[in-house]
Design a protein around this ligand. Structure first.
Ligand code: FES
Length: 182
């Protein structure tokens, strides 16, 4: 009686099969990061979670109506090729409320990128790095300030009558004009 052959394939064929399988595996592994990167680049929802979308920062009731700026962190979800991070700080803003009007200023000094502090006793922002000062409205406070422009204002929306949303952006330091950071 004749049996189906149980012999292993010849050595040359085995070697060829091994190389073919190894080639397929490395091709698939190489495609994974490319596909993940493309997904991040092409997916508008993911792009919206990056720094350019409007982000809910606080509520009107948390913001006293006294014209004094308060600092708030800006939190957002971040997605890279491998992980999603929820509610991580991507920056901070000073919010100043007058009635139902809210002004938002980026805390980053436009001179060289340090963080400014609001000094309530003087009613001005001061940058600790090279002593630029800015008025409460964000304009340059005195001529000796090395900053070439005032603090960067950001677009604010009050949604649903209470939620304060800010279109958070960073701008290039050291320039007189506001140019979005790359
Ligand atoms: S970084 Fe603010 S004054 Fe230089």
């Amino acid at each position: 009686m004749e049996h189906a052959s149980q012999e292993s394939p010849p050595a040359g064929r085995r070697q060829f099969l091994k190389m073919a399988v190894a080639g397929i595996i490395s091709a698939v592994l190489g495609l994974v990061p490319v596909a993940a990167g493309l997904a991040v680049f092409l997916d508008p929802l993911r792009r919206k979670s990056a720094a350019n979308g409007a982000i809910r920062v606080t509520t009107l009731e948390s913001l006293p109506d006294d014209g004094v700026p308060r600092k708030f962190p800006v939190l957002a979800s971040r997605v890279d090729a491998w992980n999603k991070f929820s509610e991580v700080p991507i920056g901070a803003v000073y919010l100043r409320r007058t009635g139902n009007q809210v002004q938002a200023l980026n805390v980053v000094c436009p001179h060289a990128g340090c963080f400014v502090d609001f000094l309530p006793e003087r009613g001005v922002y001061l940058c600790p790095c090279h002593n630029s000062t800015f008025t409460a409205a964000g304009t340059i406070g005195d001529r000796a300030s090395p900053a070439a422009r005032g603090l960067d204002s950001l677009e604010v929306q009050v949604r649903g009558g209470n939620e304060v949303w800010v279109k958070f952006e960073n701008f290039q330091p050291g320039r007189a004009e506001k140019i979005p950071a790359a």
